[in-house]
Design a protein around this ligand. Structure first.
Ligand code: HEM
Length: 389
């Protein structure tokens, strides 16, 4: 709908709008969209009231933008003040935007203090991730008090969500780091085909699917009795930026690449099988050798090797500008996983991978973060409301 100035006033297709409200936050079980804009913020104040305001603002922005509307708080502003919504999505559809909010461990106090008085409310699971063998973590690109995961089918819509939110929260929160991503590297619904990551392998074959309610409850959603009541229906988000070392990977033979992952590159089939979803037989041998090698990624990450643990992967590819003069591509996987119990699930699996995964020769972890994503907001409420009750 265009007004007399030719500007679309009603967003084009709210067929592509997902509701912000519900018992779980959007952007976890939602079928993975193709673009990501992830951002972490630090709060600039030290009052519990300010934290509440930030969460109310973030939720209000998320609800409006996900509905495909511009953000506008209170009375409209005119020509005499800067627009509350920067405006770059006027005329664009909602594009299945989801905004997922998470709280960092730093909000719940540290050795040096407890500015928001929340230390007694910290979920036991919300501890900064430990370091793992072989990493080179930038602390400037890790952590933060609050995270915003914006995913959409249009990168401009995902960017706009972070842009508008940063503007709305300017008085209370400073942007700490951000990460754009493209090309989902997972399938989170049975309706989706498996995409490929930047190594050219199908990624997401053995992921948890949203349709599998039992697996979602066992491995993704925090349950009654797990910890604080305000996290029930929430989940923990783990994010790791993992650079792919293309100078090594791209000069590795196809046979070795397949042995690193444990699957065929073209079809995604487990080594020795014909198609992607053929069952993975970790015991199969040929001439006394394991068909899926002992140090292959899918063997070490498989539930069989990890006490039955699984995780919901929902990551994206990323690329950065080439460092001038280096001649090296800086790109890889912005790994995101949602889990019910980070220590038992993500950390335990990652420890095994860090020890002996053949993939380690081809990757370098450069950022590492964890956030507690509370349950979804009720209509008219905000994410994290339970913290204040
Ligand atoms: C750049 C880094 C990584 C790349 C390129 C990568 C790639 C892959 C590929 C191609 C597969 C096989 C297809 C599939 O089932 O999705 C896979 C499976 C898997 N990956 Fe990764 N991965 C990476 C990092 C990680 C990390 C850090 C974790 C967790 C700590 C992880 C956990 C898993 C799990 C749980 C599976 C399924 C295993 C199974 O049950 O068969 N991956 N990954």
């Amino acid at each position: 709908v265009l007004d007399d100035k030719g500007v679309s006033s009603v967003s084009v297709a709210n067929a592509s709008a997902i509701s912000f409200y519900g018992s779980n936050q959007p952007g976890i079980a939602t079928p993975a969209q193709n673009y990501l804009h992830f951002a972490a913020f630090d709060l600039t104040g030290d009052q519990s009231e300010e934290l509440r305001t930030v969460l109310e603002l973030a939720s209000a922005v998320a609800a409006e933008l996900m509905a495909g509307k511009p953000y506008k708080k209170g009375a409209g502003t005119g020509l005499e003040s800067p627009p509350q919504d920067p405006g770059e999505t006027v005329g664009l559809p909602a594009s299945n935007l989801t905004v997922t909010l998470g709280l960092g461990p730093s909000l719940f106090g540290s050795r040096t203090g407890d500015p928001f008085g929340l230390s007694a409310r910290r979920p036991a699971e919300l501890r900064s991730l430990p370091g793992f063998r072989g990493e080179d973590i930038s602390s400037a690109m890790s952590g933060g008090d609050l995270c915003v995961q914006a995913c959409a089918d249009d990168p401009q819509v995902a960017f706009h969500a972070v842009h508008t939110m940063a503007l709305a929260m300017k008085e209370y929160a400073a942007l700490r780091w951000s990460q754009p991503g493209f090309g989902r590297t997972s399938s989170t619904s049975r309706a989706q085909l498996t995409p490929r990551n930047l190594m050219g392998f199908k990624d997401g074959t053995e992921n948890i699917r949203a349709e599998d309610g039992d697996a979602m409850n066992t491995f993704v959603w925090a349950q009654d009795g797990d910890g604080p009541g305000w996290m029930v229906g929430g989940s923990y988000l783990v994010a790791k930026r993992i650079r792919i070392l293309f100078d090594v990977w791209d000069t590795t033979t196809l046979g070795d690449q397949q042995r690193v992952i444990g699957r065929e590159k073209l079809t995604g089939a487990p080594l020795g099988s014909r198609s992607e979803y053929d069952p993975v037989d970790l015991s199969a041998t040929v001439d006394g050798e394991l068909l899926i090698p002992a140090n292959s990624h899918i063997r070490l990450a498989a539930p069989r090797e990890n006490g039955g643990q699984r995780i919901l992967r929902r990551g994206y590819s990323y690329t950065e500008p080439v460092e001038p003069g280096s001649g090296e591509i800086d790109a890889g996987l912005f790994f995101i996983a949602f889990v019910r119990r980070p220590a038992r699930q993500f950390t335990a699996i990652q420890r095994r991978l860090a020890e002996s995964d053949a993939l380690n020769q081809h990757t370098l972890h450069t950022s590492s973060s964890i956030f507690a994503c509370p349950p979804g907001a009720r209509q008219g409420g905000f994410v994290g409301e339970g913290l204040f009750q």
